[in-house]
Design a protein around this ligand. Structure first.
Ligand SMILES: [Zn+2]
Length: 272
């Protein structure tokens, strides 16, 4: 991940003339992996979400030659994540401004299409930036990991996709096994403030009424989670993690290939 082995994948490994040439001849699609710095229980590292985004992004870049923008590591957070040790949230306006500045800056080298690949519970915070960038003429799409892999989650996971749970721990076991300590994994199922029949958790196949981020359904986690887990990491396996990673990579590759067929390098989709 950190060393340059074989082909370079990340923006910061190229020179200015190389980037300009790349956007002209190879790909003017840039992918920005988005995660968070957030406590993930006692068995997963705080960078867990960002490691998911980076690991999947690298696999996509190997297959599509899409340019990878460096992962910011920090993310935006819903209210219930705040004040927990290990979590460092960016304020919403800081986050919006960061996303918009990254896209604007990357466009100066000739990159015209942007994929903001989200692996943290901040899809609600990314959408406003997408629309503000659209008003400036940028083509921006922000897929979220558990939305594009819903069918695989329903098939492979016993308990869906939540936080430091079966799904996220499986991703950790597959992508960064050296940073996962299963002897410290505890299942935990916090009581919500309203019955779960009223809202849809991340990764659920069918929406019920209100998406989880459009209401204050959760108690503050720093007070009410004993282990920092929402779900059942005990059910995690590396094979389940691989199934999720493969599904996300396939979705992104298919999307990027179609985008490139319709709009080859240099051609801008008419957003404005
Ligand atoms: Zn996570």
């Amino acid at each position: 991940m950190e060393a340059v082995k074989g082909r370079r994948l990340w923006w910061q490994q190229f020179t200015r003339p190389e980037l300009v040439e790349y956007a002209k001849k190879v790909s003017d699609i840039a992918l920005l992996p988005l995660g968070s710095l957030e406590q993930h229980g006692e068995h997963l590292p705080t960078g867990e979400d960002s490691y998911h985004a980076i690991g999947i992004a690298e696999r996509v870049a190997e297959r599509t030659k899409v340019m990878l923008l460096p992962c910011p590591w920090y993310g935006a957070h819903p209210y219930q994540h705040y004040y927990y040790a290990g979590t460092i949230p960016l304020r919403f306006e800081t986050y919006h401004n960061m996303l918009k500045d990254i896209v604007r800056g990357a466009s100066w080298a000739g990159f015209n299409k942007f994929i903001l690949f989200n692996c943290h519970g901040q899809e609600w915070a990314i959408s406003p930036a997408v629309h503000e960038l659209a008003l400036e003429g940028y083509f921006v799409v922000a897929p979220t990991l558990w939305e594009i892999t819903k069918e695989v989650i329903a098939k492979v996971m016993e308990t869906g996709f939540s936080h430091a749970d079966e799904s996220e721990t499986s991703l950790g076991l597959y992508l960064i096994p050296e940073l996962v300590d299963m002897s410290k994994a505890h299942d935990e199922h916090p009581e919500p403030l309203m019955d779960e029949k009223w809202y849809a958790s991340p990764g659920t196949l069918v929406r019920k009424h209100v998406p989880w981020y459009s209401g204050t359904f959760s108690k503050p986690e720093y007070k009410h989670l004993k282990h920092g887990v929402v779900g059942s990491p005990s059910k995690a396996t590396a094979d389940k993690g691989k199934a999720l990673v493969d599904a996300a990579v396939d979705w992104l590759v298919e999307f990027i290939e179609e985008l490139r067929r319709r709009y080859p390098p240099g051609v801008k989709p008419e957003v404005k």
